[in-house]
Design a protein around this ligand. Structure first.
Ligand code: PMP
Length: 386
């Protein structure tokens, strides 16, 4: 293997785009967008341009975009028990069992008003499950439903279009964490029926520490901001804007808008890797392979492999991958996503996530397979001989 590192952890953080780096650097130290002088107005222009770009990506108006420090904050903002939908305050929060921890924790909702909805063994939350969960609520309840567009660990794409329609017909509010879908799938179509959408810059090739909550139209309104203070972001998120990060986010959003065909080669490469893994290790399980997934994600498990140990071995071999979600790195124990899918214990302990970047090459994919042959395949072979 060459000395060059191979980065296959796009779902943790995508490589920084050149345009995003340039825009972010150019905007460093430019001024305070709230200042009325020329420097302030320059900063304001940068923020507004980025707002237009993020709005175009999401298919919404610029005034619907609220910049935040990332998707964790956007999710915390969205899960507000004082949120009103068509003037009625939400009463219950319904989330799927495979949400990111920042949603699964329920935000500011008390535990007795948080309902966690099951997913199937394929990793999908069905629209019927959401329908039944809403029907089970007490008379007069107003649901806030939060379901992600695509899962960060398995890449499984959720039926959020159908779920959005169901929630709206029930008079509820629908929030969609679209962090992993943005820039990879057609975000505007996928979230057309979502009242709120969370985005994260660094998953799209922008710097870390910037994101957005999309608050579509005026069907829903916040009770009180998560962060109070100045009147920034139309009184919805106080604090001087992260102008540099926002500039990078805008540049990345412009490039990420062109999803059509952008991932076709990566998709082929991903399928090629999976084919090779199956040929080398016949007992291997590709999680979520039966349903629609993101074009870049492989969640693979081979009984007998210890995922944490394997990640270190891959790292030493120059390949960066992850054991489940990088958001919970440092935390040992099985992934809540695979747990919710009812995966057998041995496979849960063995799961690895390989997420190709938009720059992954055939040579890198081949090098990953070579590393797999050395690190994982022998363990699988021992296991099936036992
Ligand atoms: N939601 C999902 C689905 C994610 O994958 C992540 C990041 N791993 C987040 C939310 C949190 O995003 P951020 O890093 O911007 O806080």
């Amino acid at each position: 293997m060459s000395d060059k590192r191979i980065y296959l952890d796009d779902n943790a953080s995508a490589p920084l785009r050149v345009s995003a780096r340039e825009a972010a650097v150019a905007a460093l130290g430019i001024g305070n967008p709230s200042s009325v002088h020329d420097e302030g107005r320059s900063a304001r222009r940068i923020v507004n341009d980025a707002r237009e770009a993020v709005a175009a990506l999401a298919g919404v108006s610029a005034s619907d975009v609220i910049f935040t420090s990332g998707a964790t904050e956007a999710n915390a903002m969205a899960l507000d028990p004082a949120l009103k939908v068509n003037g009625r305050t939400v009463t219950h929060l319904l989330v799927s069992a495979i949400e990111h921890p920042s949603v699964l924790c329920g935000g500011r909702f008390p535990a007795d008003r948080l309902i966690v909805m099951d997913v199937g063994p394929d990793g999908l939350i069905s629209p019927q499950t959401v329908e039944a969960a809403i029907a089970d609520l007490p008379e007069g309840a107003v649901p806030l439903v939060s379901v992600m567009a695509a899962n960060n660990e398995t890449g499984v794409v959720q039926p959020v279009v159908e779920i959005g329609v169901i929630v709206r017909e029930a008079g509820g509010a629908f929030h969609c964490d679209a962090v992993q879908a943005a820039g990879r799938l057609d975000l505007a179509t996928l979230t057309a029926d979502a009242d709120m959408v969370s985005l994260s810059g660094h998953k799209m090739g922008a710097p870390t520490g910037v994101g957005a909550l999309i608050l579509r139209g005026d069907r829903v309104s916040f009770g009180r901001p998560l962060i109070g203070g100045g009147g920034q972001e139309r009184n919805k998120r106080a604090g001087t804007e992260n102008v540099s990060g926002i500039a990078g986010f805008g540049a990345a959003a412009k490039e990420a808008s062109a999803v059509e065909g952008a991932w076709a080669e990566i998709w082929t490469l991903r399928d090629w890797i999976e084919e090779r893994l199956r040929a080398i290790s016949p007992d291997v399980r590709i999680i979520g392979a039966e349903v629609r997934r993101l074009p870049n994600t492989i969640c693979v498990a081979l009984d007998g492999v210890q995922s944490e140990t394997a990640v270190i071995a891959f790292d030493l071999a120059g390949v960066a991958i992850s054991a489940g979600s990088a958001c919970s790195s440092g935390k040992v124990g099985p992934s809540h996503v695979l747990e919710a899918m009812g995966l057998e214990d041995g496979l849960k302990r063995a799961a690895l996530r390989i997420s190709l970047t938009r720059e992954t090459t055939r040579a890198e994919a081949e090098a990953f397979v070579v590393a797999w042959e050395k690190i994982c395949a022998p363990v699988g072979a021992r296991q099936s001989a036992a």
